[in-house]
Design a protein around this ligand. Structure first.
Ligand SMILES: *Cc1c(COP(=O)(O)O)cnc(C)c1O
Length: 386
């Protein structure tokens, strides 16, 4: 079905982790202007908040959903400012750019933290987290990135959440690039704060993020924020009292998101979306391996969101040329974000299916031929390995 979406405007497919390729219905929802204080718009906001709580299976008497204007980082910043105070100490689990960014945010707001830095792509292990929590009783809070988009790794959320709960600590999860595309249930997995945004797996357009947060934590966060505009408690309080966003909302993005949520439901919710993304990922990885590429990660850590491929060692391969050749054929891919090795990333999310992946694979083959890159050496070296 998705593969039959007709792009009547010639625009490239975004094989990126967001902003991503959105449907016509989502784009069309933006062709109207809305009063930010009007009851019609307030209803959209209320409906989105309720749907997001339901998607997280978060009981509405224990959790609140608070949308926040801006990109995903704005939501992370507002959540950290609300859910931690200067007496807390946060254990930041890092294996990529987004874990690093959380530490940087805590720095800027004067919160104490320690890190477990696993480098570019190794997962934090529940045992290591347990050992750190035993060693340092001052730690109050653990921060985990669910899918670390810099490598595409899906970190072991469930097992780490169990460890955090066993120690009676608070768990904050950056589920930016996984929520809506990978099942996450707040009732099954003890998560206190969950953060995501409009333009990832729910396939809306950029403009806001949202925080699903335990109401007791939200109440404790009153007056803690270091920032006027990123005060999550104040945003929630105002929304509860008036139904409105505290400052100008991204109205078009919000109504587009409402349309995107309806399509998410029609596709079978998180399970349906996860199945499509997994098919995309499997077709992509299989096709790329057949061309001689290898993935950075072992199969067990591959997320259905985005995959990192190692750049071929053949000196004829040049990412800039590769990128431009694919762009000319209608596909935008993503540069790598690793510190050690040359790589690039290809996303599996957005309004696309395996037909588009097959077209992309042909374009990649053509690009390699054009550059004169031979991957046969790679292929024999990696055959059989994950
Ligand atoms: C996209 C993303 C963010 C937010 O990035 P923005 O550029 O601020 O939208 C945060 N964490 C993860 C894991 C992400 O994938």
């Amino acid at each position: 079905m998705i593969d039959n979406v007709i792009h009547d405007v010639k625009e490239p497919y975004l094989l990126t982790p967001g902003p991503l390729t959105t449907s016509h219905a989502t784009k069309a929802a933006m062709m109207r202007d809305w009063g930010s204080w009007d009851e019609d718009f307030n209803q959209v906001t209320a409906s989105i908040r309720a749907q997001l709580l339901a998607m997280a299976e978060a009981p509405s008497d224990e959790y609140a959903c608070v949308p926040m204007q801006g990109s995903g980082t704005f939501a992370v910043e507002s959540a950290l400012a609300c859910a931690t105070d200067p007496n807390d100490k946060v254990l930041v689990l890092m294996n990529g750019a987004y874990g690093k960014r959380a530490a940087q945010l805590l720095d800027m707001m004067g919160r104490r933290y320690v890190t477990l830095d696993k480098g570019d792509y190794l997962p934090p292990q529940p045992k290591e987290v347990a050992a750190l929590l035993r060693q340092d009783s001052e730690i109050t809070t653990v921060f985990l990135v669910h899918c670390e988009t810099s490598s595409g790794i899906l970190n072991p959320l469930e097992s780490i959440a169990e460890v955090v709960r066993a120690h009676g600590k608070t768990l904050i999860v950056d589920a930016m690039s996984s929520f809506g595309g990978v099942p996450i249930s707040v009732v099954q997995t003890p998560i206190d704060v969950l953060i995501s945004s409009a333009n990832k797996c729910i396939e809306g357009v950029p403009g806001f993020g949202f925080v699903i947060i335990r109401q007791t934590l939200l109440a404790a966060g009153k007056g803690r924020a270091h920032s006027l505009s990123l005060d999550l408690h104040a945003q929630w309080d105002y929304m509860e009292r008036t139904g409105q966003w505290r400052f100008t909302p991204p109205t078009h993005s919000v109504v587009a998101f409402q349309a995107a949520l309806a399509q998410h439901r029609e596709e079978g919710g998180v399970a349906g979306r996860c199945a499509r993304y997994t098919r995309n990922r499997d077709a992509l990885v299989k096709g790329m391996q057949a061309l001689g590429f290898s993935t950075l990660l072992d199969d067990e850590w591959l997320s259905p969101i985005i995959t990192t491929f190692l750049s071929p060692s053949d000196p004829a391969f040049e990412f800039g040329v590769f990128y431009a050749t694919l762009k000319a054929r209608g596909f935008l891919i993503y540069p790598g974000k690793l510190t050690e090795v040359e790589s690039f990333r290809i996303g599996c999310i957005g309004q696309l299916g395996i037909t588009v992946i097959a077209q992309l694979l042909s374009a990649i083959q053509e690009a390699l031929t054009e550059m004169g890159v031979s991957l046969l050496a790679n292929l024999s070296a990696h055959s059989g390995s994950a």
